[in-house]
Every structure is written in C-alpha cells, then in structure tokens.
Ligand binder design. Structure first.
Ligand code: ATP
Length: 369
C-alpha cells in the first residue's frame, strides 16, 4: 500500500493548453505527473510558460483545454482556495500590517481552526524555518531571507500536499540564495511533501531537484534527473541552457563512431542512422589541455579568466569554432595547445531539423502577434 501511494501522481497535467485573451498560446500541450514527496523544478528562460503552469495548478489561471488532476481527481473547476496546495510567490506577498505570528496564522484563522491548534501549528511552522524567536517581529524588521522563510512558514502551516514556489529566491543575494537552496531542499525532505519550484537559474535547478522539466516556448523539451539532463541533453537548446557546453556539428558514421572537424572519434552513443547529421556536446570541464601532439584536436588559446577554483579558457580551432575549457592550470594567450577527451566525455545528439525549424516557426508566430 505504501509503495502504491509513493508511485501515485499527486498532480497530473494532461494535454494542457493555455491561450490568453490576446490569442497568445503560452502553453501548447503540457503533460506531466508529479509524485508525492519529490522535488520538481520547472526550468526555462523568461516567458517560456513556467508561471502559467504554476498558476494553472494553483487555480489562478483557467486552462483553455486539457485536464488538471489532483490526487487523481479533475480540479479544473475547483476554485483556488479549495485546492489542497499552497503557493510561495516571488515577492513573498506578506501582510505588512501584521506581525510574523499573525502572518503565519492568517490562513488558519480564516479557515476557523481552533485557537489552541493555531498556536501549536504556527509555532511548529516557525520552528521548521528556524524563526520561532521572531514571532512578535514586524515584517519590516526582517531581512529578505527571513521574510522569505516566513512566506514559506505561512504556506506550510496549512499542511498542503503540494507546495508551489515561484522563483522564491530571486530577490536574495548570491550567498543567501545558496544557503536557502540547502534549507529549502532540507525542508522539503523533512516535510515529505511535493515541491514544484520555478526558476530560470540552471544551477539552482541542478542543485535542488529530484527531477527537472526543461521548458522553452510553452513546451516541455526534456524531463529527467539533474544528472540525466546535464549528461544527456536531448537537443541543442537543452545542452546550451543547462550549463556551459561546446556544441559541434558532426556526422554519426555508425554506432560508436562520430566524425567532426575532419576526424573520427570513438564515442559511447548509438542508435542513429549511418551518416546521420548530429551535434556533439563536450562540457568544458571534460576537456584536458595537453601538448598539440598528444591532443585529439588542436586549438589556439584566445583569452583566459581566473574563476577562483579554475581557469576559464577560450580557444579557437582551425575552423574558427569557439572552445570553452575549464582547467585547474593556467595557459598562455595565443598558444597552440592540444585538447584531450575520451569517448564518455562526448554526448551525441540528433540534429533534428524539425526542432531547428520549430524555433523559427515560433519566432515568426510571435513576430506576427
Ligand atoms: P518569467 O520567468 O519571466 O516569470 P515564465 O516562464 O514564468 O516567465 P509566464 O509568466 O508563464 O512565463 O508567461 C508565458 C508567456 O505568456 C509570456 O510570453 C507572457 O508574456 C505571456 N502572458 C502571461 N500572462 C499573460 C496574459 N495575461 N495575457 C497575455 N499573455 C500573457
């Protein structure tokens, strides 16, 4: 029974499409299932539809077609305040005229929860976000990070099965943001509820999630664990969006043999047509600088930047392709060096013309709006 509960989808979207009143289609055909107790992230550039998905699940936006299911039941017509989930917004949306305790208690007060129970639940929610000693503080007397935690306490005090978080860390400085990433992940694991987190920051998504949905232009392009998405991006957009990468056009000669820049290399990919056009992804940290004779390719160093724990080196090959290399050692500007990499350092992606054209079609569509 326990296993069954774990596998059951708590939220499901089936063929969800959203067209706004001005005709713009913000979501095309969204299908996904969220399981109980997992940390999910919607990741994509600004305007790709992340917030629209969140608002459709929360009940703030009506979908044009398709189904939104919660715990197996269709909730398209259930008003937002009757859905068993809560949202943490980007700007926290705290009530400035109420103190911390009152802010967290508010949702319980309006739901007529008995006073004693409110007291217990607010205290334990504040404990969870480590702010129990701040109950009497005014909101204006809190730092950004503390306000953020109060917003989370206010959302979890109602014991939702799902917490929706819309870029909740974007107003925080870099250091605090990192600390909050650990805290949020830890909180989600202690509560054991489902988090659906929205961000356009790929590092944040990789660090926190059990599963990531990479979105672009109203569609989910790839769903998978952070490691899968990083190591096996499905196409150029995902490879480029998730971390820095070198993406080189090539040809898949046959299984485990790919050709690019005039050389044939052994690789670990298979399953494409012989001589199929492909793109090869090599991450900057997987390239090793060596002597020109020992390298599989030769490049000329252009510039290097010291990044603290590594040097970021920009170089060009004979065809003028740009190469990004992360190295623990410095090199010299204008020097010709060799690049070494193994079969597992390359990831071969189908060069899908439909996808390339798809982007063009969408751009035309948007221009015509
Ligand atoms: P961001 O990261 O900038 O918040 P997002 O991925 O969350 O972006 P959405 O807010 O979901 O994107 O918006 C998706 C698209 O829908 C955008 O192009 C936006 O301009 C458009 N859109 C959002 N709300 C409306 C609306 N009420 N009417 C018309 N278009 C809208």
């Amino acid at each position: 029974m326990e296993e069954f509960r774990l596998e059951k989808a708590i939220v499901e979207l089936k063929g969800v499409r959203k067209q706004y009143d001005d005709g713009f289609v913000a979501l095309k055909n969204i299908n996904f299932k969220l399981k109980q107790g997992e940390f999910y992230t919607l990741l994509g550039p600004s305007g790709c539809g992340k917030t629209t998905i969140l608002r459709s699940i929360a009940g703030f936006t009506e979908v044009s077609s398709g189904e939104v299911l919660f715990d197996g039941k269709r909730i398209n017509d259930i008003p937002a305040n009757k859905r068993q989930l809560n949202t943490v917004f980007q700007d926290y949306a705290l009530f400035p005229n109420m103190n911390v305790y009152e802010n967290v208690a508010f949702g319980l007060v309006v739901s007529n929860v008995p006073k004693d129970e409110i007291q217990d639940r607010v205290v334990s929610a504040l404990k969870l976000v480590q702010l129990e000693q701040y109950a009497d503080r005014e909101i204006s007397e809190l730092s950004g990070g503390q306000q953020q935690r109060i917003a989370i306490a206010r959302a979890i005090v109602k014991q939702p099965k799902v917490l929706l978080l819309d870029e909740p860390l974007s107003a925080l400085d870099a250091k605090l943001r990192k600390d909050m990433q650990y805290e949020l992940r830890d909180l989600q694991q202690r509560l054991g509820i489902t988090f659906l987190f929205v961000t356009h920051d790929q590092e944040e998504a990789l660090a926190m999630s059990d599963e990531i949905f990479v979105m672009n232009k109203g569609e989910i392009l790839q769903q998978g664990s952070p490691v899968d998405i990083y190591d096996e991006p499905i196409n150029h957009f995902v490879a480029d969006f998730i971390g820095e990468s070198n993406i080189i056009p090539g040809t898949m000669i046959e299984d485990y043999r790919v050709e690019f820049l005039g050389h044939t290399f052994e690789c670990s990919d298979a399953g494409m047509r012989p001589n199929e056009p492909v793109e090869v992804v090599i991450r900057p940290e997987d390239l090793v600088i060596t002597s020109p004779e020992n390298g599989k390719l030769q490049v000329k160093v252009s510039t290097q930047l010291f990044r603290g724990d590594y040097y970021e080196i920009l170089a060009y090959d004979k065809d003028d392709n740009e190469w990004l290399i992360h190295s623990t050692n410095a090199t010299e500007d204008d020097k010709i060096v060799g690049l070494s990499f193994g079969p597992h350092d390359m990831h071969v992606m189908r060069f899908n013309e439909t996808e390339a054209n798809f982007d063009k079609r969408l751009d035309t569509y948007e221009d015509e709006r």
